[in-house]
Design a binder for this molecule. Structure first.
Ligand code: ADP
Ligand code: MG
Length: 369
């Protein structure tokens, strides 16, 4: 939660991106920056992308989130033009680009492995594309310098990639990708090679940079925290299909089905009164004796397992009415010894009725999406 708060103070982050609420369509009626229509791609027997419809609005930070092999990269490569769909259509700003080669699309891609030229300096790397396009030297310098400024790497022009940290290299790759101001930037797990601390720092920076450059970002990750932290909207991928599209809070608090529930957070699925429900771990309270949990739905159970994790403790509770729930509690005053002593204890857990969400079982649908 702290991370989210930090991000909303970034300049520009308060403004609603055009497509955030309207399913990719801006209020002015202009077409979405990217529209995918019934997109399908198979490799032999493997259906990598199985009928996808998506709309991404101007200036959105849109994330494709899903497990490995769910079709995220293939989708991105079809938007870039590196792959041709078997059927379906890719539109950029209202034009059908399905048969158009990558270099004729207003799209650029940032890969996880940076793909910087090692023998060139940072400045030369960022200017490279413009040199190929024979942009005049002064103009090249100026645009490269602006782009490096944008990724907070001014003064690094003369360095070689080997003289940079992983995070800095990724920012050079980003500068190179935005220097020509593409309409849409595609990013395929760009932070995947960084360690956790740096990755979390770069998540905030990338989001800030996107707010400043106002380029539409389509961002691929398998990391749900990353997706929840950075995105205006998220499409949850599973086996080549989109399970749900929504804002981070929609996806987390109102998951469309049991796949989304389990992939974006702990699933905590329970069967109660013939219905399947889920309650997020931080919404469940372990009631102290004397607290009758008024206004809450309460259940008895036994703490089966305890995991102390510094900032918080995770409790796994077997419920008398059937099923188990993960409960997360901040260690405001609890020591690790006190937390671990809870194992085996009889407890009452409670949650507010509005925090339990009905979840449908995921079934393969006949029609795409
Ligand atoms: P993700 O990026 O979500 O991990 P991909 O789009 O890379 O998923 O892959 C989706 C499925 O398509 C996987 O089963 C993968 O093995 C398969 N696939 C992707 N690219 C190729 C390819 N060039 N040849 C054969 N199979 C592929
Ligand atoms: Mg991939």
């Amino acid at each position: 939660m702290e991370k989210t708060a930090a991000i909303t103070t970034e300049p520009g982050a308060q403004d609603e991106p055009a497509g955030a609420q309207s399913g990719g369509r801006s209020s002015s009626g202009e077409p979405p920056d990217v529209r995918l229509n019934a997109l399908r791609k198979a490799y032999g027997d493997v259906v990598a992308v199985d009928g996808i419809d998506l709309e991404v609005g101007r200036g959105e930070f849109f994330t494709l989130l899903g497990p490995s092999g769910s079709g995220k990269t293939t989708t991105l490569r079809m938007i870039a033009g590196f792959e041709v769909p078997d059927t379906g259509k890719v539109e950029l700003a209202g034009s059908d680009v399905t048969g158009i080669p990558p270099y004729d699309r207003e799209v650029n891609t940032v890969f996880q492995d940076y793909a910087l030229f090692p023998h060139m300096t940072v400045g030369e790397n960022v200017e490279y594309g413009m040199r190929v396009q024979r942009v005049a030297k002064d103009e090249r310098r100026k645009r490269a310098s602006d782009a490096l400024d944008m990724v907070r790497l001014s003064g690094y022009e003369a360095r070689k990639p080997s003289e940079l940290s992983g995070g800095q290299r990724q920012r050079v790759a980003l500068a190179r990708a935005i220097v020509n101001r593409p309409r849409v930037l595609l990013l395929d797990e760009p932070l995947g090679a960084l360690d956790l601390k740096l990755r979390e720092q770069m998540q905030v920076e990338l989001k800030g940079i996107q707010g400043e450059v106002r380029i539409t970002f389509i961002y691929v990750t398998h990391d749900q925290d990353e997706a929840l932290t950075m995105s205006d909207r998220i499409a949850v991928f599973n086996e080549g299909r989109v399970e749900q599209v929504g804002r981070p809070a929609d996806i987390y608090e109102q998951p469309a089905n049991d796949f989304v529930t389990g992939f974006v957070g702990a699933s905590n699925l329970l069967e109660r009164d013939g219905a399947r429900i889920t309650v997020r771990p931080e919404k469940i309270r372990l009631l102290e004796s004397g607290d009758d949990g008024s206004g809450m739905h309460t259940e008895r159970g036994v703490i089966r397992d305890v995991a102390y994790a510094g900032m918080m403790t995770r409790y796994l509770v077997d419920l008398d009415a059937g099923g188990e729930v993960l409960v997360v509690r901040q260690n405001l005053e609890t020591s690790s010894t006190e937390a671990l002593e809870q194992r085996g204890r009889q407890v009452t857990v409670g949650w507010r009725p509005e925090h339990s969400v009905a979840v449908t079982e995921k079934t393969r649908r006949e029609d795409p999406q």
